[in-house]
Write a protein that binds this ligand. Structure first.
Ligand code: ZN
Ligand code: ZN
Length: 330
């Protein structure tokens, strides 16, 4: 099968003919239709995440159809069914985290397109228990970005509780998806972009944000919560200083540059800084139930599998007009 392979971080992916994987116990063999490109793929390729499997097939927002069912795989899926394969690929089910409904923090978790091979390929294998049934209202291209940007964005959003005034720093893919849910749930949305990025600020207002400005600006009102989707550490104290008492800053990314020092007074009065790691299967089930009801819409830009490097380059340069989606078995 054809696959885009990372031999070593900080090098372009190589288009290769590699053996088609065989489904092991409990696994599905999936013929990949589409795979969306996540910022985490960039972090892996750029060597910002430690110890990836090498060589590695990246990609963890995979949409495909079941081609073969491995021995002992659960009967939730039949041959030909559409499945979504997310970042969380496997957990031990046995550690203190798994036993307390926090499988996202599992000590031995494996991650699709990072510590196990992912979806920049014609086929992949995945543990059936971690695959999602996807809502019918979306086609294979539309639904792919929901598998990570949507899902981990949703986990970040849930951590903001019932915040009425919600700030979002960095208005990229995840932010755009979560903003639609926040607006539908009647939150007041404040969007922070790069300084001077009037086009994105305008787009945020058109979507329904009550205010949009630069991340160096203070919102007109104090925020009950803020989610940071940009991987820029200095946004943490900036967001913290915009919070009302008891407010929370949620860092929604897997990687961020260092956070500069800030006065304790900014954290005082029970403000909280937290991060979001990975996802649980429950997050996915909840999100795929809510998304089609909003309905959350995705904006995508498609690329052929062999153009994955171009998609990554354009992502890195901030030149994409929507989430990049690789078209593989269409
Ligand atoms: Zn575990
Ligand atoms: Zn991701």
């Amino acid at each position: 099968m054809r696959a885009m392979v990372l031999d070593k971080p900080k090098q372009p992916l190589q288009l290769r003919d590699v053996p088609k994987p065989k489904p092991g116990r409990g696994q599905l063999l999936v013929r990949v239709s589409t795979c969306a490109v996540c910022r985490t793929d960039l972090h892996v390729v750029d060597g910002e995440l430690p110890q990836p499997k090498l060589p590695l097939i990246p990609g963890h927002q995979i949409v495909g159809r079941v081609e073969e069912i491995g021995e002992g795989a659960n009967s939730k899926f039949q041959i030909g069914d559409r499945v979504g394969i997310p970042w969380l690929g496997w957990t031990d089910g046995d550690c203190a985290y798994c036993r307390s409904a926090r499988e996202n923090l599992c000590d031995n978790a494996r991650f699709t397109g990072y510590t196990i091979d992912g979806g920049y390929a014609e086929f992949t294998v995945a543990d059936a228990r971690y695959c999602f049934d996807l809502p019918d209202r979306y086609d294979d291209v539309e639904v792919a970005p929901l598998l990570c940007a949507g899902l981990i964005g949703y986990r970040s959003y849930r951590k903001t509780g019932d915040a009425r005034r919600l700030g979002i720093y960095g208005f990229g893919n995840a932010a755009h998806l979560i903003a639609q849910i926040a607006l539908q749930q009647r939150r007041e949305l404040f969007v922070f972009t790069r300084r001077g990025d009037k086009a994105t600020q305008q787009a945020a207002k058109e979507l329904g944000a009550v205010w949009a400005g630069g991340s160096d600006e203070m919102p007109p009102e104090r925020l009950d919560a803020a989610i940071i989707f940009a991987s820029v550490g200095p946004l943490v104290p900036a967001a913290l200083s915009a919070l009302a008492k008891g407010g929370v800053v949620v860092c929604g990314g897997i990687h961020m540059s260092d956070i500069p020092a800030f006065p304790y007074a900014d954290l005082w009065e029970e403000r909280v800084i937290t991060s979001v790691a990975n996802l649980t299967r429950r997050d996915g089930e909840e999100f795929f139930e809510i998304a089609p009801r909003v309905p959350v819409r995705t904006h995508t830009e498609t690329f052929a599998l062999q153009k994955a490097n171009a998609a990554l380059d354009r992502f890195r340069a901030g030149e994409l007009s929507g989430t990049a989606v690789l078209m593989i078995g269409q």
